[in-house]
Design a protein around this ligand. Structure first.
Ligand SMILES: O=C(O)C(=O)C[C@]1(C(=O)O)C=C[C@@H](O)C=C1
Length: 287
């Protein structure tokens, strides 16, 4: 982990990887220049830093429109007491990078973050390339440049090639051109309502027939829109599940408060992960 020095007024923001990583771009999209980078080797380090107040914010990828949920992120949000304060949606366009002079047909292996490898599965298969997991997209490019290995490429954003002295062999190699990752902005405190809010919460049901329907009805019956639902196994209770849900609204809205009070009657455990301003989808660039 390394922090780059900057004026005191700037927010310390922890993200996975190094300059050029998608998490760094998401952070820059959200905070602009008011940010001091705290580069982290894993998502777990980010959560620890935020929870202990060692940074102001953390950036955590939560789901990708192609590869789905980043399950480790949900597990970390369950285990750590932090608040979701915002969300960012970033368009992800992957490129295949390699050591200068390498041709596509020279490559046998490609390194990248598992999420990026999953998003480019069709390209890798079509070119008979073996995916190799790396801690971060930009990190896989930097490490390849620092310790060159022939026959190995890296998947990262195309502009990362220039940063670390690599060639771009192919661009837009994700399975579907419209590829987006949603990130949470984490902090320690709740944030006040903005114009369009969302609230994320986790709960377990009372494990009886209709329990989940009753939970959903607390919100549906009050006209509160559900925007995401996800279930994960409870690690210590096989075949029981924890539910992650995102709703439109803020915990300070009276309707939301009524729904939440009702929900507490139907759940064995419930926790609000945070209310935050909803992100806007990036506008498609003119071709
Ligand atoms: O490796 C990176 O650059 C990251 O920021 C991580 C991450 C992820 O875990 O989803 C972020 C966005 C992309 O979807 C691929 C990788």
């Amino acid at each position: 982990m390394s922090a780059q020095t900057s004026p005191d007024s700037q927010k310390k923001v922890a993200y996975l990887g190094i300059k050029g990583a998608y998490s760094e771009r998401a952070a820059a999209q959200y905070f602009g220049s008011a940010m001091e980078d705290v580069q982290c080797p894993s998502f777990a380090v980010i959560l620890n830093l935020v929870e202990n107040g060692d940074v102001d914010h953390g950036i955590l990828p939560i789901e990708n429109s192609l590869a789905g949920t980043v399950s480790q992120s949900y597990e970390l949000l369950t285990d750590h007491h932090v608040k979701i304060q915002g969300e960012v949606i970033l368009k992800i366009e992957h490129a295949l990078l390699a050591l200068p002079g390498t041709r596509l047909e020279d490559l046998k292996q490609v390194r990248s973050h598992p999420q990026a490898l999953a998003q480019c599965a069709a390209f890798l298969k079509a070119h008979n390339l073996e995916p190799v997991s790396w801690y971060n997209t930009a990190g896989s490019a930097k490490d390849l440049a620092a310790e060159p290995v022939s026959g190995v490429g890296a998947i990262a954003g195309a502009d990362v090639a220039e940063m670390y002295g690599l060639d771009v062999l192919a661009t837009n190699i994700q399975d579907i051109p419209e590829n987006y990752t949603r990130f949470f902005v984490l902090g320690q405190q709740e944030v006040p309502p903005a114009e369009n809010n969302k609230t994320s919460l986790i709960f377990t049901t009372k494990h009886k027939p209709g329990a989940l329907v009753a939970c959903l009805q607390c919100f549906a019956g009050r006209g509160i829109n559900l925007t995401k639902i996800e279930s994960r196994p409870l690690r210590d209770r096989p075949w029981e599940y924890i539910f992650y849900m995102d709703f439109e609204g803020h915990t300070e809205d009276t309707t939301f408060q009524a729904a939440f009070a009702d929900l507490q009657e139907h759940t064995a455990f419930v926790r609000v992960l945070g209310s935050y301003p909803a992100a806007v989808m990036p506008v498609a660039e003119e071709k």
